[in-house]
Design a protein around this ligand. Structure first.
Ligand SMILES: NC(=O)c1ccc[n+]([C@@H]2O[C@H](COP(=O)([O-])OP(=O)(O)OC[C@H]3O[C@@H](n4cnc5c(N)ncnc54)[C@H](OP(=O)(O)O)[C@@H]3O)[C@@H](O)[C@H]2O)c1
Length: 286
């Protein structure tokens, strides 16, 4: 079988990581690498170990086109590719955004390309570290069956665990990932600031919280969210909750709001009959 050529537009953290993995796995020949800043594009070529840094206008033909620009530029790049005449009918054009459906690539489909989105549930903070532990990463796939057929062997070769998501529900799917990953970071920051507000030094605070967080994740893994919930909402300690909404709100109104809203969500997991109502937590009736 002929090794397909991959053109990469947007050689940032994700784009260069996937291109390097596929290059190392021998499943693509990296063709054009196009970005905005030529120095970044050359650095991406050095990281990938192949490919030709160039401008978007001077790319050569390829069977696979990965648009790994920030989400807000994906549709614009797809429009540019479709108008350029570079993408041919039957080529596979794809992106890796979690929030956008493959429909962001509709201009490429209009000229006969097949389109897809494949979102790895992973933080590509540092490409060198990301490629080292990519294997086992879950990847949410949607798009044209023919495009997904082209991409399946590529992702399988690098150890991805593919699953399907519908274009219609991508925003909710991505919100789940944001809540579990990005907002976990925000939540840890809020907890650390409360500790500091209580006079506990940040290093000590994290050393104390880290095993609590790890233990809680482990409990969710073992027994699920409902059984893993402990604390004032699970016990029905309404006065404690109201006092802590006030205390956290006095420190920072956003942290107070977060405490209240998360308490309302926790109430949905609390044992029935603990006597607590949404009104007790300052929430509107539903
Ligand atoms: N990073 C993650 O953890 C992660 C995880 C899952 C999915 N994703 C998805 O992966 C995609 C890329 O994210 P990222 O974090 O890798 O972004 P990033 O590190 O900011 O890299 C974006 C790249 O796109 C280039 N670029 C920006 N606008 C462009 C344009 N109009 N034309 C051509 N190139 C352009 C940038 O070039 P310059 O450097 O020259 O400015 C840069 O190389 C996004 O769709 C994102 O949702 C990211």
């Amino acid at each position: 079988m002929v090794t397909p050529t991959l053109n990469l537009i947007g050689p940032g953290r994700l784009g260069r990581s996937l291109a390097r993995l596929w290059h190392d796995g021998g499943c693509v020949r990296v063709g054009a690498i196009a970005g905005r800043n030529p120095a970044h594009t050359r650095a991406a070529r050095d990281f990938i170990g192949g490919g030709r840094p160039c401008s978007a206008a001077s790319m050569s033909p390829a069977e696979l086109w990965l648009i790994a620009t920030p989400d807000d530029s994906i549709a614009e790049v797809a429009t540019m590719l479709a108008a350029s005449g570079l993408v041919r009918p039957g080529d596979c054009v794809f992106h890796c955004s979690g929030a956008l459906g493959s429909t962001a690539l509709a201009p490429a489909r209009a000229i006969g390309a097949v389109i897809a989105s494949v979102h790895p549930l992973k933080s590509f903070v540092d490409p060198a570290a990301a490629i080292a532990d990519f294997a086992g990463t879950f990847c949410a796939c949607e798009g044209d069956p023919a495009a997904l057929q082209h991409l399946a062997p590529l992702f399988d070769t690098i150890g991805a665990r593919r699953f399907a998501v519908s274009a219609e529900h991508k925003l909710l799917y991505h919100a789940a990932a944001v809540l579990a990953c990005n907002h976990l970071v925000s939540l840890m920051e809020a907890a650390l600031r409360c500790m500091e507000g209580a006079g506990v030094e940040r290093g000590t605070a994290w050393a104390a919280l880290q095993p609590l967080v790890a233990g809680t994740l482990n409990n969710i893994d073992r027994v699920g969210t409902r059984a893993a919930l402990t604390g004032p909402v699970a016990r029905g300690d309404g006065q404690t909750i109201r006092s802590e909404i006030a205390a956290t709100g006095a420190l920072d109104s956003d942290i107070g709001d977060a405490y209240r809203v998360l308490s309302l969500l926790a109430l949905e997991l609390a044992p029935e009959g603990n006597g607590l109502t949404r009104g007790d937590i300052g929430g509107p009736d539903r």
